[in-house]
Design a protein around this ligand. Sequence first.
Ligand SMILES: [Zn+2]
Length: 166
Amino acid sequence: MYRFDISKHVREGRRTTAGGRGSVGRVSFRPEAVRGAPSAGGLPGQIDYRLARNSVVAEYHRGRLSRRDVCDAHPELLRAAGSIGASAPEPCPICEVDCLVQVSYAFGARLPAGGHSFATPTELNRLVRRAGQVNCYVVEVCPGCSWNHLVRTYGAARRRPAAGSR
Ligand SMILES: [Zn+2]
């Protein structure tokens, strides 16, 4: 109900062909798959999902959610975590063994419907230049136990060039 859950929304058979070159590029889930997240239009600003995330973690530690409930990252998300994910300073709140990895996705009207993953500000800038405006979703993933949750969302738009510049 409150978890970032792409597993049920990813269509099988539409695999990315990343080829191991660092970027997984197009992915096959949509922002609507992110529970509790705004689905249409531009995101108003940065939204932090730490409270929702912490309540899922608390429910797990109280025994109300099982590992199977919370550790269901899709293989595509795990692959992105392994290839372009940025290490987060915290250990995984579920297995407490592996360190978390954050993966960023951009969605926009002029991008593939399934979204586009990116690893660096330069890559994000390139997507913004192409799409004009994108909505970004940052997801934390544990490569060890497959825990996953939305961390934050934010909008990014192309800046108009200042007067006098190119
Ligand atoms: Zn874990």
